[in-house]
Write a protein that binds this ligand. Structure first.
Ligand code: TXA
Ligand code: MG
Length: 323
């Protein structure tokens, strides 16, 4: 793209580019999205191309109001509506039966379309002014860590977007929780994310959790290896590991709560010194990027407590460490 890259908060520029089938990076409460007109085949193709994303990996579409859902879904079951009313705008994506206006390119041939209302003021404003929904995967090259700051997008996809709408740092820091429904109406979590299992179960009772473990073409966000830095990452008990491998050089640490005094501060990141999983979620992706940029041989990381958003953090760490 010859255009000079611009970052800012100018909605007019964002709108004009989107009307022309160009891509615009948009802030959400979860991660930055690489957005294009969801009803334009050209814009949707550009998204896949910019991310180097396989065409079998479907996209989430974003709208600004519950009323608009029925334009894109033929049916809004009551279990889904209950979750939508409780958590939208917010980090929840629902899988609903698609209308034909949503092309197979967006859903990768699936009869269900993934839809959400993101919770970010400037993006909600943008969506309210557009005559179409925005298809937006996370604004990172396929398989890499999702961006939580505008600089992350600029660095990796700067030449692929015509504008970056600056909404500051993402408040949640993990992608949305993806929920579908079995034929008996019971909700199924396909991707752990920014709304915890506990929060969802408080509304609809027990859910099924079915994050795919292998290369399931239906939900590649669930690929075993994903969200990965370029530097290898290994999950260990950090304290124990440091004791047994004192000679090891050129590594970095990603811990939950504790600093390790014998290791240079520049080589460690602590997700939440206060031990708060929400704070840890907010820091996870940007800390992984920072450690990745140190050019160490390996990053040693530890799992966090498996409660609330801790489950989704651990899911991402395990996938980042998978080969
Ligand atoms: O928080 C988020 O959801 C962010 C922001 C930008 O909204 N978006 C995001 O998109 O994480 P992406 O493309 O990186 O991940 C979307 C995931 C993929 O794993 C995809 O396979 C799954 O959603 N997905 C999308 N449409 C689907 C469908 N129709 N059926 C099953 N899975 C679907
Ligand atoms: Mg993604």
């Amino acid at each position: 793209m010859e255009q000079v890259l611009q970052i800012g908060q100018n909605l007019e520029i964002a709108i004009e580019n989107l009307l022309n089938d160009e891509l615009v990076a948009i802030p959400t409460e979860t991660v930055y999205g690489l957005a294009g007109n969801a009803l334009s085949e050209l814009a949707v193709c550009r998204i896949y191309e910019a991310k180097n994303r396989p065409s079998y990996d479907p996209l989430i579409i974003h709208v600004d109001s519950i009323q608009k859902i029925e334009n894109y879904s033929i049916n809004f079951p009551s279990e889904a509506r209950e979750l939508a009313e409780k958590f939208w705008p917010g980090p929840l994506t629902l899988l609903l039966p698609k209308r034909s206006i949503v092309s197979d390119w967006v859903t990768a041939g699936n009869d269900l379309v993934a839809i959400r209302i993101p919770n970010h003021p400037i993006t909600l404003q943008l969506l309210s002014k557009l005559p179409f929904p925005l298809a937006a995967p996370s604004a990172n090259p396929f398989g890499y860590i999702s961006p939580t700051k505008p600089e992350h997008v600029q660095k990796q996809l700067g030449d692929k977007v015509s504008y970056i709408l600056d909404g500051g740092e993402c408040k949640i820091g993990l992608e949305s929780t993806i929920v579908g429904f079995d034929s008996d109406g019971v909700p199924v979590i396909y991707r752990l994310g920014g709304i915890s299992v506990e929060q969802i179960e408080a509304v609809v009772g027990q859910v099924r959790i079915r994050p795919n473990q292998s290369s399931n073409p239906k939900a590649p966000g669930m690929l075993k290896s994903h969200y990965a830095p370029r530097t290898p990452i290994q999950l260990v008990d950090i304290a124990e590991w440091l004791q047994t491998h004192p000679e090891r050089n050129h590594f970095a640490l990603l811990s939950f709560q504790k600093y390790y005094p014998l290791i240079p501060l520049s080589k460690q990141r602590v997700l939440s010194p206060q031990g708060d999983v929400n704070e840890a979620a907010r820091n996870l992706f940007s800390y992984l990027r920072e450690l990745d940029e140190l050019e160490v041989d390996i990053i040693f990381a530890e799992l966090v407590p498996n409660i609330g958003l801790g489950k989704a953090i651990n899911d991402r760490l395990i996938r980042a460490a998978a080969k």
